[in-house]
Structure formats: structure tokens, C-alpha cells
Design a protein around this ligand. Sequence first.
Ligand code: GH3
Ligand code: MG
Ligand code: MG
Ligand code: MG
Length: 309
Amino acid sequence: MKILVIEDNASHRRTLCEHVGRLGMSVRGADSGSSGVELFLAERPDVLLLASRLAEIDAFAVCRHIRQVEPPGEWTPIIFLIAAGDDAALQRSVAAGGDDFLSLPVSEVAIDVKLRAMQRQLQMRQSLLATTRKLDTANQQLQRLASLDSLTGAANRRYFDATLEREWRRSMREGSTLSVVMVDIDLFKQFNDHYGHPAGDECIRRVAAALAADLDRGGDLLARYGGEEFAAILPGTTLGGASIVALRMRDAVAALAMTHAGSPHGKVTASFGVACGVAMPETAAATLLAAADRALYQAKADGRNRVHV
Ligand code: GH3
Ligand code: MG
Ligand code: MG
Ligand code: MG
């Protein structure tokens, strides 16, 4: 442990430092409140021993000052050195942010006991902090997992809905365009019936990867919206821009060339509905989604493997 002693009486300071040194702890002495605060900030001691009577400055003000400049979340125990019977100083010490006290004159044993008790508290605090950090990390990982679809690794519906609401509000604030692309794998029921559910799952996975590869901009989001349906959010993208993205996605799915005996193309294809809007007061993000869904329905009606805007 590193101990800082602030005591302007030279002989008291020397005695205290010798005591602490003999306990095998490293110790620095400061001969005034101001040099003590400087040393405190430079050396970051584990424990501060602070004389309650300093000639040059009010020791309680020193204590309050240290509590103010201490980085948030950090804690250095401050033990006041108080003349025996000085109850007023005792009360002021705790009010100023002091943690404990030693009565003067102080024995080596008393210092030893006090510092070791403080060391135990510091160790307890360290292990609690370590546990809290682990929990924070675990919590972040859980939050990430809770926003992902486990089959495809794309965002899940819940995360999609939250993101759409957020982007809708941004569009309202900034007057920016917001595009949504809805995707649905064509004739997928037949694919499942013909090749089996596990092959269907693998198909969904590969389609998701192909779709995600076509969303290269940082702000874009691809989500698995339902069984074999996906939805993409393209912030700040015009209808023309979103249509180009959708066409690229359609080509990417077809380029997977996954055999689909029940498809007129002989391979897995998907249909796309595109919608774009600028959020206005008294409108809901759901209207944009509904428009993309209607466009998707039209793409299906027009013969599938296509983009409808
Ligand atoms: P359309 O071209 O009109 O979209 O035809 P479709 O057969 O794809 O449409 P429909 O919605 O009738 O069928 C979707 C099928 O997708 C139903 C179900 O068997 C399958 N499906 C949904 N979720 C999953 C999944 O997680 N895994 C697998 N393997 N199949 C799924
Ligand atoms: Mg569907
Ligand atoms: Mg369908
Ligand atoms: Mg389908």
C-alpha cells in the first residue's frame, strides 16, 4: 500500500512516516495542505493520513477539496489524525468526507490496525468493482444477443422495430428521406416441402448472407422480419437509391444459384418491395412499412423475382 501523510509538524510527520515505513508500506510525507494535495494527485496513494490541525490551511477544506478532485468512481480512504478528546474535530472530519480517524498521540499498533482494516475494505471494493465490470460486459453481450436472430445472425424483428422508430424520429427532425425494403423468398413453402426443413433453414441463412453483403453502408440495417421474410432500413436513402440496392439484392439471391425444383427459374429467388418517405407529424413509421409490404405484394403478383417500387 502507498500511504500519504499530510502533517506540517515536522517531528510528528517524521514519526508517522517511520511508523508506516516499518509496517512495510511505502510512505510519502507532505509538510503543508497544498503540497499534500499536489502529492495526492501525482502519487494516487491508497490511503491518506491527514492531520486535522494544519497551520497554513483548514485541514477539513483540504479533505473536501480532495473529495472534489477525486476522479468519479475512485475512492481514497482519508484517515484524520485528531487530538484525543477533540469531538468538534471528529464531527467536522466526517462532514468533510473523512472515513476514519486516529487519536493523537498515535501508537504504531494503532496505525497498523487502522491501515490493515482499510486495506481489507479496499480489497473488498476492488473485487466488487471487478464483479461489476464482468456483469457490465455480460450484460452488453446479452443485449447484443437479444437483438440478433439466431438462425441468420441478422437483426431480429424487435431490434428492427426499435431501429425503424428511431430512424423515423430522425427523419422527422432532419427532414431526411428514409427507405425500407421488404424481402420475401419466392415459393418457399414448396422449397421446404421438397427439400425438407433443415435445407430450408440453410437456404434462409444463405439468402440472409447475400442480402447483408449488399448493404455496405454503415447506417443500413438488415433484419429477419419473419420466417422467410427480411426487411432492410436505409436511412438517408432516396427511392431511386433504395431501388438500386433492392435490384442488387435480387441479383445476389439469384446468383446463389440454389436449386429449387418448384421454381420457374429452377433456383431460389426473392421478391422485393421498396418504399421511401420523409416522416411528418401525426404519421407513423408503420405507414412506411405498410407501403413496402404493398409493393412486395405487387412484386409477387407481377411474377416474383423482381423489385416493385
Ligand atoms: P411466396 O412466393 O408467395 O412468398 O410463396 P411462399 O411459399 O414463400 O409463401 P408462404 O408465406 O406461403 O410460405 C412461407 C413458408 O416459409 C412457410 C414455411 O413453411 C416456411 N418457413 C417459414 N419460416 C421458416 C423457417 O424458419 N425455416 C424454414 N425452413 N421454413 C420456414
Ligand atoms: Mg412469406
Ligand atoms: Mg408469402
Ligand atoms: Mg415467400
